[in-house]
Design a protein around this ligand. Structure first.
Ligand SMILES: Nc1ncnc2c1ncn2[C@@H]1O[C@H](COP(=O)(O)OP(=O)(O)OP(=O)(O)O)[C@@H](O)[C@H]1O
Ligand SMILES: Cc1ncc(COP(=O)(O)O)c(N)n1
Length: 274
């Protein structure tokens, strides 16, 4: 049994954060463990409260895991403060475990999930340890200080992440204005790159898309998939989870974590060399 870990915030509404990650891990047949960085009072309509966990207790949770388990891959999500980020970086820097950083900053409803003061710690302490980073466009801009207007800017931004020490950058195009396609751009430090394209689904039920996508990458990597295969299969997982939405709640509804196992043969991801 492959064991993977999510270090993230709890979403009481069950669509994002720790809950989305553990559901994804379960669906993909890996054993999920968790380190909770913050509690959020949240539903599909928004975040009404954030209760950060003291960084010493974040450390204690991780310590409990590494004392007992052999962890195959780790992902991070909502990390909230520089204290928490530094504690996590300190704990994992000598572990030699693949690390997927989803640099969560702002919830779909606009609420901040990362303090402004924590952006520098993310850049200087955590990203140098990352195997893969999965920013959306605004997150990539905030972390590299470069603006993204078109695809050529995306390549520049990926270089910015490589300079920090990241091995693979996935720039998620969910926020780009293409009405027909959801395109993500994948860049490896060795110069290899490709884009992944699926039909854009017209829906507001996209709560937790980024969490679910990065959790799926973590689950596939934890099972020993090669990095490109893990990324492409995770794109399939999130495409199906958005397509077969569950219509839960009154706001931005969650995605459907059951969908991949039911429909995985029906999804095609188009890959283009970039
Ligand atoms: N409407 C959509 N149709 C198809 N795929 C989508 C859609 N919206 C997002 N995606 C895909 O979902 C994945 C997550 O992308 P997104 O840009 O939504 O991440 P995010 O903004 O970080 O999410 P979150 O806000 O949950 O953290 C990407 O693979 C993206 O292409
Ligand atoms: C605990 C937690 N982690 C991450 C997200 C981001 O998800 P989204 O941007 O879809 O709201 C969230 N809302 N809550």
């Amino acid at each position: 049994m492959h064991i993977v870990t999510t270090i993230a915030g709890s979403d009481s509404g069950g669509g994002a954060g720790i809950q989305a990650d553990l559901k994804t891990f379960q669906e993909l047949g890996v054993f999920g463990t968790s380190v909770i960085t913050a509690l959020t009072a949240q539903n599909t309509m928004g975040v009404s409260g954030v209760f950060p966990i003291d960084h010493s207790f974040v450390e204690k949770q991780f310590q409990a895991l590494i004392e007992d388990f052999s962890i195959a891959a780790i992902k991070t999500g909502m990390l909230y403060s520089s204290d928490i980020i530094k504690a996590i970086a300190h704990m994992i820097h000598n572990q030699n475990i693949p690390l997927i950083v989803d640099p969560v900053m702002i919830a779909k409803g606009g609420e901040s999930l990362l303090l402004q003061e924590a952006i520098e710690a993310m850049r200087s302490s955590l990203l140098p340890l990352a195997t893969i980073v999965t920013p959306n466009i605004p997150e990539a801009e905030a972390l590299t200080g470069r603006k993204i207007h078109d695809v050529s800017d995306i390549r520049e931004v990926a270089q910015g992440f490589f300079q920090l020490g990241v091995h693979c950058v996935i720039l998620k195009g969910g926020h780009l204005a293409d009405p027909n396609f959801a395109i993500d751009y994948v860049f490896f430090q060795n110069g290899k790159s490709f884009s992944m394209q699926t039909p854009r689904i017209q829906t507001s039920n996209t709560h937790g898309t980024g969490c679910t996508f990065s959790a799926a990458i973590t689950a596939f990597l934890g099972q020993g998939f090669a990095m490109d295969k893990a990324i492409i299969e995770a794109k399939k997982f999130i495409q199906l989870a958005i397509l077969h939405d569950l219509s839960i709640g009154h706001g931005y509804g969650p995605t459907n974590h059951f969908a991949y196992q039911l429909h995985k043969d029906s999804c095609e991801v188009l890959i283009y060399e970039t």
